[in-house]
Design a protein around this ligand. Structure first.
Ligand code: FMN
Length: 338
């Protein structure tokens, strides 16, 4: 298929700030929360959670995974207003399924790009010869990229790590760059490092050299241990990257893409939590476990007197109305910032 000439990855004149794909985190409701507090021009790309190509190609399994691709109209409106691109991330090990899924994502959805996960180190996934396991099978990895590129005009990117047990950045990325992906997102850790050791950004300098030699038009995005906007800018200044992707940094500060934002008041934090909880319930109803929301409470409720107590009470809630009542009863309290 004719490749798009206006890939947002390649044609951006500015450095790109991206929110990483995170399973059970970056669904449409959380993305909307992040978008709603981001400053125009400070966030450029967001991702869906990773979605199985096996699942999407399975007549019954499809219903179990396609929720990961849901985009609420309210999120879509914000994406448009802010000019932010939404990329669907997929994973699997069968090139034919990538071909089929990429076609479907192009014809039946409205994503701005397709990303192939070649980085996830989780054992049950790796056992299926998928994601970071593909680092051991570069020919299959290339077939997968080519099969995807052939069936879509959308930009195709790859998100990966630097190697399996050791960094093999140069050899591994040479294979990937030979397919001329629109972007390569490099998480600067090996499969073995999981996220337990510091990211080694020197690997981005190695990656840039390989990219320059083989596929100079591919955007190179660095990922790993970026915990503030300032951090992201420092990485951009220090390493030859076209952008930075933030993962767990969003748990520290959902306003990370609003540089210089004033310290939010406890009331504003509670409002953001409520916004998220309401969106989550409006989107998923009972189809997702209410307890999934609880991992987010700490993101919003911290840094003020009584935050620990409120978090404890929030963890005991079982419904959105209990969350609403609890937050309401805390509004009148003296919640000075620590
Ligand atoms: C809860 C969680 C879920 C994740 N899910 C995905 C995923 O679906 N796809 C993916 O490519 N990476 C996933 N990752 C990895 C992140 O995208 C990112 O590469 C990693 O966290 C390193 O970035 P960080 O150091 O900024 O967190 C996940 C990470 C976390 C913490």
């Amino acid at each position: 298929m004719q490749r798009t000439l206006d890939s947002f990855w390649k044609n951006s004149s500015e450095k790109l700030f991206c929110l990483a794909p995170m399973e059970d985190v970056t669904d449409t409701s959380f993305r909307e929360v992040v978008l709603s507090v981001s400053k125009p021009g400070s966030l450029h790309v967001v991702y869906t959670e990773f979605t199985s190509t096996d699942g999407l190609c399975h007549p019954v399994g499809k219903d179990k995974v396609s929720h990961r691709l849901l985009v609420n109209d309210s999120e879509r409106a914000l994406l448009k207003q802010l000019g932010i691109k939404l990329v669907a991330q997929i994973w699997g090990s069968d090139p034919e399924k990538y071909h089929k899924v990429a076609k479907e994502l192009t014809e039946e959805y409205t994503f701005d790009g397709i990303d192939i996960n070649m980085g996830c180190p989780v054992k049950k996934i790796v056992k299926q010869a998928s994601c970071s396991a593909l680092i051991a099978f570069p020919d299959l990895a290339k077939e997968i990229i080519q099969a995807t590129q052939e069936s879509t005009h959308l930009p195709v990117s790859v998100k990966t790590r630097t190697g399996l047990k050791q960094h093999t950045t140069e050899a591994w990325l040479s294979h990937l760059f030979s397919c001329k992906p629109d972007a390569l997102i490099l998480h600067a850790r090996t499969q073995k490092m999981m996220s337990d050791f510091p990211a080694e950004w020197d690997q981005l300098a190695i990656a840039a050299k390989v990219r320059d030699a083989i596929s100079p038009d591919t955007a190179l995005i660095g990922n790993g241990d970026v915990f503030s906007y300032q951090d992201a800018q420092e990485k951009i200044n220090q390493y030859p990257v076209d952008g930075v992707m933030v993962g767990r940094g969003i748990f520290k500060d959902p306003r990370i893409f609003h540089p210089g934002h004033p310290e939010p008041s406890p009331q504003e934090q509670m409002d953001l939590l409520l916004k998220h909880a309401r969106l989550f319930i409006a989107t998923w109803g009972n189809s997702k476990n209410f307890n999934m929301l609880k991992r987010f409470f700490k993101i919003y409720i911290h840094g003020f007197h009584g935050a620990a107590e409120l978090r404890g009470l929030l963890m005991e809630t079982q419904s959105i109305s209990q969350v609403e009542d609890l937050i309401h009863s805390w509004r009148g309290k003296d919640l000075s910032i620590l």
